[in-house]
Ligand binder design. Structure first.
Ligand SMILES: O=C[C@H](O)COP(=O)(O)O
Length: 331
């Protein structure tokens, strides 16, 4: 593909919209038609990111604690049990040992949320009672999103009624692959409405969308339709979160904010299991969107095994030499 990403001057030609957060806006097909993605430029840029030393060694522990606070600690397995979810919730409340937390000089570190299937929402809500940690439910026939539409909407309502404060919906990939943007918009609006007061994250399943331009257009449409977050993947596709997809989606978020003033969150998910990858993602958010997107209300990792590696790296940090000033790195 030999197309250009929209330039700042393209964006400046568009009228500025001022919309309240969480409300959808009309589908703007002119805007959708303008969306481009320069795949080779994005891939070249993404390839440089893991090698960049944008986080100094003495600050890495602070970034890793930041990463923990942004994890949607996830179990989405067919053999999930109440006992497994309860253990996960205990881990969410206390993601690192009290000794390690003390050595890091921190208090009150928790993950961002616990993410489970609808059936496990009540168990997770009970296990997290009093912690302030929200439960996120994957609803709408996760992961394929191919159950009857009314059942997907009903699943959202039941997850909210069971106590989920965040709903991770899956979009119908076929709407993107067939260019049926109106159908994608209508679907997302219906899911948004069914969520009520709960926050909604739109899972694009980017590994199944074919092109980065499709990823950019689906991102934009879900944001227009009221998504609070856009999320890469279910973790069940053969390709899940990648750096090129991330650049594409967070630049869509940046353009959307530039035009509407609305800040939409970003959640890479699937296959993120290494502490160093978490730092790469955080550094990318800081570079592309700024410090505001390093907070859990605008950034989450969807991850089932990332926390373990971060914990190991933090243990290494407290036993090794590091600057006493690191805690202030991300204040
Ligand atoms: O939304 C979260 C993902 O399903 C987690 O994927 P993962 O098990 O590869 O970390």
């Amino acid at each position: 593909m030999h197309t250009q990403t929209p330039t700042k001057s393209d964006t400046a030609q568009l009228p500025q919209l001022h919309l309240p957060r969480n409300d959808g806006m009309e589908l703007d097909m002119d805007w959708v038609a303008r969306v481009q993605a320069n795949t080779s430029a994005i891939e070249r840029r993404a390839a440089t990111l893991p090698g960049r030393r944008s986080v100094k060694k003495q600050f890495q522990a602070a970034w890793l604690c930041k990463a923990i606070s942004c994890i949607d600690l996830t179990t989405l397995a067919g053999d999930d049990t109440a006992a497994r979810v309860q253990r996960l919730c205990a881990k969410a409340r206390q993601p690192v040992s009290p000794e390690l937390l003390d050595a890091l000089g921190m208090t009150g570190l928790t993950v961002g949320a616990v993410c489970v299937y609808h059936d496990m929402v009540e168990t997770a809500v009970a296990a997290l009672d009093g912690s302030g940690i929200p439960v996120a439910a994957v609803s709408t026939g996760f992961p394929a999103g191919l159950s009857p539409f009314h059942l997907r909407v009903q699943e959202i309502k039941e997850s909210v009624a069971a106590g989920a404060k965040e709903i991770d919906i899956v979009i119908s990939r076929r709407h993107v692959l067939s260019g049926n943007w109106q159908a994608l918009y209508d679907e997302m609006r219906a899911f948004r409405e069914a969520c009520g007061e709960a926050h909604v994250k739109a899972i694009l399943a980017t590994g199944e969308l074919g092109t980065l331009r499709n990823v950019a257009r689906a991102s934009l449409i879900c944001m227009m339709a009221g998504a609070d977050f856009i999320k890469t993947s279910t973790g069940k596709e053969s390709v899940n979160a990648t750096l090129p997809v991330t650049l594409t989606m967070i630049r869509a978020i940046r353009d959307f904010e530039a035009r509407t003033g609305i800040k939409v969150g970003y959640k890479p998910a699937g296959g993120i299991s290494k502490a160093k990858d978490a730092i790469t993602y955080l550094a990318m958010m800081k570079d592309e969107l700024g410090d505001r997107w390093l907070q859990p209300d605008l950034f989450r990792f969807g991850a089932s095994s990332l926390l373990g590696d971060i914990e190991r790296q933090l243990e290494h940090h407290v036993t090794g030499a590091y600057s006493a000033g690191w805690r202030h790195a991300l204040a």
